[in-house]
Design a protein around this ligand. Structure first.
Ligand code: ADP
Length: 223
């Protein structure tokens, strides 16, 4: 099973994707995280991607498609995976189908109103070392400016600055929203109310996923 988490920037795809990984034992693949790692490592690919990311634009399809193709070929993806941030336009939808077309899939749109999205992104801090996400009002780190998980420095993402947030939301409406009709026509699309606490949203999400997937702990018990 492939789960595609779909929704505007700030809708909580990463947070919910991590919880899916823990509950169902399928890895979360975030193209944003893969790209940020390449930028930090200053690889040739990272250098190409950085300017686009900092301006809130999409990185070229061939770069992200290459990253996803390599990642989903890894052995831990055999039983399934959760995609966060990919596909983001129709060309990427087609490319994913060419890479791994026969796998059953579920596409879940996390629906959050525009004011909440902006508020969440503006108050978000991200660990520069491990990518863990904090929120200045809801999920504060134990020590100011330091990651609870790895002790790395917490920074505001360049693309979480107000002008770039506006651009990311525009790109989402213009390009990414179009993929919804494709998945609706395939009858694999579901909408999820993304308001409320992380736990509220995951409660609703796991009620949908429990119909299709076995939580990792019970899967072990069955073996
Ligand atoms: P968000 O979904 O909150 O905007 P991400 O971490 O998923 O954040 O993505 C950050 C940036 O990485 C995007 O604004 C874009 O520049 C780039 N990016 C991520 N995924 C893709 C993709 N599938 N195609 C093109 N660019 C991407």
């Amino acid at each position: 099973m492939r789960i595609i988490l779909f929704g505007p920037p700030g809708s909580g795809k990463g947070t919910q994707g991590d919880l899916i990984e823990k509950r169902y034992g399928v890895p979360r693949i975030s193209t944003g995280d893969l790209l940020r790692r390449a930028v930090l490592e200053k690889s040739a690919l990272g250098k190409k991607a950085e300017a686009q990311m900092n301006r809130g634009k999409l990185v070229s399809d061939d770069i992200v498609e290459g990253l996803v193709r390599e990642r989903i070929a890894a052995p831990d993806c055999r039983a399934g995976y959760v995609l966060d941030g990919f596909p983001r336009n129709l060309a990427q939808v087609r490319s994913l189908e060419a890479m791994d077309g026969s796998r059953p899939e579920m596409v879940i749109e996390i629906d959050v109103d525009a004011c909440t999205l902006v508020e969440r992104m503006q108050s978000r801090l991200t660990c520069q070392k491990c990518g863990a996400v904090y929120n200045l009002s809801l999920q504060k780190p134990k020590i100011k400016g330091r990651c609870d998980v790895c002790g790395g420095p917490l920074v505001q993402r360049q693309d979480d600055k107000p002008a770039v947030i506006t651009e990311r939301l525009r790109v989402y409406r213009e390009q990414t929203e179009k993929i919804k009709a494709h998945y609706q026509a395939k009858l694999v699309y579901q909408k999820l109310d993304g308001s409320g606490s992380v736990e509220d949203v995951f409660g609703r999400l796991s009620r949908i996923l429990d119909q299709k997937l076995v939580p990792a702990k019970s899967a072990k018990a069955l073996r």
